[in-house]
Design a protein around this ligand. Structure first.
Ligand SMILES: Cc1cc2nc3c(=O)[nH]c(=O)nc-3n(C[C@H](O)[C@H](O)[C@H](O)COP(=O)(O)O)c2cc1C
Length: 175
């Protein structure tokens, strides 16, 4: 248990990658861990596109406003939400809320699994959705919600970014 918490605390957003190939079994493990994330009603309203092609990664980086470090990673996972799969059971709440919570849980779990296996990763959320959809030919009923470059870390691990003091963000019993 302590090891799991240490893993969570030691994770960082990594923005410098070596191009070294990652074994397929590690990618599979990362994905397996990700898909173990909770989802509302266990709908699993998600898809993950694995992008390895160099020019494709460069296009994604350009859709993300020139976050070119993404293209250096051996692969980028593009997490997509499928709102209709949540809406089938949960109507508006599923479509506008649960599907985003579910894909956020998936993305977080992917980040933690990648870190646990010794890789660096970063959640990329600032991107032009239409551009990413076009680049990857993502069907209209899906929404790319996060991109995650994963690879071996080039250089050191950045220091921990400050978190707000608990007293500012934890409310005991009521506001
Ligand atoms: C929804 C979301 C969107 C993010 N988008 C980006 C992004 O586009 N580019 C980037 O470099 N980091 C992005 N990040 C990473 C955050 O900057 C990072 O998690 C935060 O600064 C804390 O640092 P840490 O992850 O090292 O603890 C994003 C994180 C989240 C949760």
């Amino acid at each position: 248990m302590k090891e799991m918490i240490s893993n969570i605390l030691a994770r960082r957003s990594i923005r410098k990658f070596l191009p070294d190939v990652i074994p397929e079994r590690d990618l599979t493990e990362i994905l397996e861990a990700g898909f173990a994330a909770p989802s509302a009603g266990n709908r699993q309203p998600w898809r993950v596109v694995v992008v390895r092609d160099r020019s494709c990664k460069e296009q994604l980086a350009s859709c993300a406003g020139g976050q070119n470090f993404m293209a250096e990673a051996p692969f980028v996972l593009v997490v997509c939400a499928v709102p209709e799969e949540s809406a089938e059971r949960y109507a508006e709440r599923g479509e506008s809320l649960y599907v985003l919570q579910d894909t956020a849980a998936l993305t977080t779990t992917i980040l933690l699994a990648a870190h646990y296996l010794g890789y660096g990763a970063c959640w990329i959320g600032a991107f032009n959705e239409e551009g990413v959809s076009k680049t990857l030919k993502i069907p209209k009923n899906m929404r790319p919600v996060a991109m995650v470059p994963i690879g071996k870390i080039d250089g050191g691990v950045p220091p921990r970014r400050q978190r707000r003091p608990m007293a500012d963000v934890v409310v005991q019993d009521r506001f």
